[in-house]
Design a protein around this ligand. Sequence first.
Ligand code: GAR
Length: 221
Amino acid sequence: MATPLKVAVLISGRGSNLQALIDAFGPQIADSPVKIALVLSNRPDAPGLDRAANAGLKTEIVDHKAFQSREDFDVAMDREIRAAGAAFVVMAGFMRLLTPQFVTAWKDKLVNIHPALLPAFPGLNTHRRALDAGVRFHGATVHFVRHETDSGPIIAQAAVPVLPDDDESTLAARVLQAEHKLYPLALRLIAQGNVRVEDDRAIVSDAPLADGVLFNPALTS
Ligand code: GAR
């Protein structure tokens, strides 16, 4: 069995994506390709911290409010990540902008999940904006992090249909379900060495690809 990829998971809140990663790669999984070395939150009250503690994972709080500058906050975070022995950083609902220094230091070792089919709808309120735009498909993206918000080489995406009766919460729930499958899939591919970056695009090898075309409304004849 190859050495597992030691990751730090960064959270700010609910931690349902963290839970999906715990279910896939937590201490209860024998021979996991990923080891969660640390769960770090910038909010002391993030419910995700309880999920981590319940799974027996090491947790740290680096409260952004205790720092004078973003630079100081990111330096403190970087220190904790390295102290835990993590070689890779996974943002799972982490709602802080990162400094260029941090992003550069972790280039191609830092991934994020975003609740939209990037490059559509970077930023906040993605579900509201998808509904307002009238798109027929929406979804989630796992990508390496670059300097611009919600940009960087795309590793994997999940598409879900937008249905006529959807409101923000029904659409968000459908996307979130997809996120919980997408993030473990993407991280497994990375840990197994199936993802590399070339010309600032992510190349995925030895993974079955989606086939077929999705129509919404569905094609009936
Ligand atoms: C998820 O939908 C994630 O994609 C989103 O925050 C939510 C966190 O939920 N992230 C972003 O919007 C980052 N740009 P969770 O805490 O239950 O995983």
